[in-house]
Design a protein. Structure first.
Length: 295
């Protein structure tokens, strides 16, 4: 799915960050009584918010070996030690509300068990935008290009590598106000399209974009919807995406440190103004990048 972009000036102001954190904690408490106090302990974790587009943290208990966990057949990131393991599960925006489960294999050759958790309800706002008609009603040539790019991106998104990340807390890749939040239901030129699968950060063209965590560059391209694009692999199925770049300052295979520049903000692809579209993927599900930022 190509991420969508928004004009910073047409978006409503975001709630102050502490207020949003309080509301998210309240939502988690409603889903899982008693969990709000532990939504963001000290440690490497993102905020736990088990809703479509959110993250579930599942306690797997102690085991001498790292358990192997799958969600719908896709490997899941598992962190911890023999004294206690935790599965960090990305929940797709399309996930139904209600009971979900992962499969857990405690040791090689052991039978897998089902571990259930609950996906709560979250209502995302709608946003209506006007963009160039050719980026909504695609010509046969543009459609063929998109389909080629989509197939390639599916291969990129299937990456699951080691070593695993030890710290999942990210820094914002570019300074600036959030101009469009994750999960917005997008309507382009009156036509409904996929929900917004990332966070848009308003910044002038040319502003440096930095890696939020150490990672390896696994894809660089200039795509129809995304424009100038970089994908980073942080290990264990945790990937991050940077779109609409005016310049790319890295190459495939390069290892980047946290804070190292990977490109510059631009207005390439389907956009209505310069900004960074930042996406975070966990076990092939696009999730809210805000859950990985410091409280």
């Amino acid at each position: 799915m190509p991420p969508s972009s928004a004009l910073p000036s047409v978006c409503r102001p975001e709630l102050p960050w502490p207020r949003r954190r309080w509301l998210q904690a309240a939502a988690l408490a409603a889903l899982c009584p008693g969990a709000a106090l532990h939504a963001r302990e000290d440690g490497p974790w993102p905020q736990a918010l088990p809703v479509p587009g959110g993250v579930a943290r599942l306690d797997l208990g102690p085991a001498p070996e790292r358990p192997v966990v799958h969600a719908d057949g896709v490997p899941v990131l598992v962190l911890g030690s023999a004294s206690g393991w935790t599965a960090v599960v990305g929940i797709a925006l399309s996930a139904p509300v209600g009971e979900a489960h992962v499969s857990v294999q405690a040791a090689a050759g052991a039978a897998a068990r089902r571990l259930a958790y609950r996906v709560g309800r979250k209502q995302y706002r709608e946003q209506r935008l006007t963009v160039a008609p050719r980026t909504v009603d695609l010509s046969p040539e543009d459609l063929a290009r998109f389909e080629r790019e989509h197939a390639h991106q599916q291969e990129v998104m299937a990456t699951f590598s080691t070593p695993l990340p030890q710290d999942l807390r990210m820094r914002a890749p570019v300074p600036g106000p959030r101009s469009s939040s994750f999960g917005l239901r997008r309507v382009f030129n009156g036509q409904a399209r996929n929900p917004h699968s990332g966070m848009d950060i308003a910044a002038p063209t040319g502003t440096p974009v930095a890696a939020p965590l150490p990672g390896r560059v696994i894809d660089v391209g200039d795509y129809f919807f995304n424009g100038g694009t970089v994908w980073l692999d942080h290990g264990g199925g945790l990937l991050s995406l940077y779109c609409h770049l005016s310049a790319v300052d890295c190459q495939v295979g390069e290892a980047l440190e946290r804070g190292q520049r990977l490109g510059r903000v631009g207005a390439t692809g389907r956009v209505t103004g310069p900004h960074l579209h930042w996406g975070v993927m966990l076990n092939r599900a696009m999730v809210d990048p805000a859950l990985f930022l410091p409280a």
